[in-house]
Design a protein around this ligand. Structure first.
Ligand code: ADP
Length: 461
């Protein structure tokens, strides 16, 4: 594959990640193209790009960003060289990746083939097993019949987690502690998966009690070279969805860290992975680790990795997609040992949700929006400004706040200070809840597991 020069890149996305992509492009001297739905005509990402085009006229707000053929034809008209899909929407749509390449537009991400080999959790587990990496004991294939589920339960015992093969964002998952819950969960998970992902396939895994969620950031170029950027701890979750993430994890010994990072590279190597990806593991109370899935895209929490390594992952995505080698001076990763980390970084997702009302999304006009600033803070915002209209159409992420400190405690104190500086009026947010999390003694020790929020209802006060 040859090197190409990207003059213009389109972000097939919205909100903070579209703006993040435009910033990376502008710093590289590349022109930027935005897409916006009718509902997003006043959204900030539209104005942060050099050019912007309306998409999905007459479609639903979400479908507007899912029109593969329309987006590609707009990209051709705008003469873009590459499309960055961000996360969500078309980021893991193999057909989109294929159609971009067929139209002569570079897709900034892994190939369709790699997406197929990893995007589905069942396929990902198979790739991990082939690579010799431990997976959570589970069914090899999706479960069709009740008997198959009962057979697995007999062999492995309870608790069991039912998971959608195509799942994401914690949806399509059920924990079953007995036969009744297993059979009920099976049918409700299947219908939830069908509605959310258009694919009802579910499989079973042993449910690991109170694990930590640790993931490894990887990056591959188009020539088979792969590196990792250490780990993130994403154990602070609500309903299996990440709320606060940090890097690096405080629970791994040096040997465990090396093992986990090596395992991540093995899985990525197994499919000759290219571009940025994340290999997710659960680590149980005894320190055993198990692969759960690989996400073939940039993730929301990539910011904390950027802060501890001083590396710009979104720029690297663009550069490797343009055919640069990892060792190329523009990327400058001659070997794995060139990547080092310093200090600790924490990311909080400020959302327009009401913690007092079961985190129901809130809407309206931001009558006041004053964000934090000062040393050690990074902000990645979507539509956060005074006067902005928060609509019910899209996810409720308002701004990602990331802090950096030489010690984890410093990073936590900086985060708490930053959260206190925010003034958001007109729409409810989870800021008070996040303050409770980052000042909690269990959090400050870096020892939260995935049950932390559930076990500490006082965080909601
Ligand atoms: P999604 O793609 O929906 O994010 P994941 O497979 O990444 O789903 O899992 C999300 C979270 O669900 C994990 O971080 C963990 O908290 C929980 N989880 C998933 N699998 C298991 C398991 N086998 N045992 C215990 N918890 C699990």
């Amino acid at each position: 594959m040859n090197r190409r020069t990207f003059r213009k890149v389109m972000a097939a996305n919205r909100g903070e990640i579209a703006i993040r992509i435009f910033r990376a492009c502008t710093e590289l001297g590349i022109g930027t193209v935005a897409l916006y739905s009718e509902e997003d005509k006043l959204s900030l990402h539209r104005y942060k790009a050099d050019e912007a085009y309306l998409v999905g006229k007459g479609k639903s707000p979400i479908d507007a960003y899912l029109g593969i053929d329309e987006i590609i034809s707009l990209a051709l008209k705008a003469d873009v060289d590459a499309i960055h899909p961000g996360y969500g929407f078309l980021a893991e749509n193999a057909e989109f990746a294929e159609k971009c390449e067929a139209a002569g537009i570079a897709f900034i991400g892994p190939t369709a083939e790699m997406q197929r080999a990893l995007g589905d959790k069942v396929a990902g587990r198979k790739a991990a097993m082939t690579a010799g990496v431990p997976v959570v004991p589970g069914t090899e294939d999706p479960i069709e019949k009740e008997e198959e589920a009962l057979k697995f339960a007999k062999e492995s015992g309870y608790p069991i987690i039912i998971k959608a093969a195509a799942g994401g964002g914690g949806r399509g998952m059920r924990v079953a502690r007995n036969k009744k819950e297993l059979l009920e969960g099976l049918s409700s998970a299947r219908s939830e998966a069908k509605a959310a992902f258009g694919n009802p396939a579910v499989f079973l895994e042993r449910y690991i009690e109170n694990p930590k969620h640790i993931e490894v950031q990887v990056l591959g170029d188009n020539y088979g070279n792969l590196v990792h950027f250490f780990d993130r701890d994403c154990s602070v979750q609500r309903r299996h969805q990440k709320v606060v993430e940090f890097a690096p994890s405080l629970c791994l010994t040096q040997t465990q860290r090396e093992e986990l990072c090596t395992a991540a590279l093995k899985i990525a190597g197994q499919v000759k992975y290219r571009n940025a990806g994340t290999v997710e593991f659960l680590v149980d109370q005894e320190g055993n680790y198990y692969f759960i899935e690989m996400n073939p895209r940039i993730q929301v929490e990539h910011t904390v990795t950027e802060m501890i390594t001083g590396r710009n992952l979104v720029q690297y995505q663009i550069l490797v997609a343009a055919g640069h080698k990892l060792s190329d001076p523009e990327i400058n990763i001659p070997s794995q040992s060139a990547i080092d980390m310093r200090g600790y970084a924490i990311q909080c997702r400020i959302t327009t949700e009401d913690p007092a009302n079961n985190f129901a999304p809130d809407f309206g006009t931001l009558t006041t929006y004053r964000s934090a600033a000062g040393a050690g803070i990074r902000l990645d915002a979507g539509n956060a400004f005074t006067g902005s209209h928060i609509t019910p159409h899209y996810d409720s992420l308002l701004v990602k706040v990331s802090s950096w400190g030489l010690t984890f405690k410093d990073a936590a104190h900086i985060m708490n200070r930053a959260l206190q500086e925010f003034r958001v009026r007109g729409v409810k947010t989870n800021i008070g809840f996040l303050e409770n999390v980052v000042t909690h003694p269990v959090f400050i020790k870096g020892s939260c597991d995935t049950s932390f929020i559930e076990k500490h209802p006082e965080l909601l006060q």
